[in-house]
Design a binder for this molecule. Structure first.
Ligand SMILES: [Zn+2]
Length: 60
């Protein structure tokens, strides 16, 4: 079952925070806040940071 997300980016572009990781939690909150506020540039920033962190720290 895939959750339905209100995400302007196609699957694979927006990174998913890893449960139990403090940095993911922080960046995930930032991502959600930017999305809720409709702030595209902040959302892009958060996505870039989160994706980079997930790749480096979690290897995906
Ligand atoms: Zn993480």
């Amino acid at each position: 079952m895939k959750p339905v997300l209100c995400d302007p980016f196609p699957t694979g572009f927006a990174p998913v925070p890893v449960d139990g990781c403090a940095i993911c939690t922080e960046l995930g909150a930032r991502q959600r806040k930017a999305r809720d506020a409709g702030n595209q540039s902040a959302l892009t920033d958060a996505n870039v940071l989160l994706r980079r962190h997930v790749r480096q720290a979690h290897g995906s």
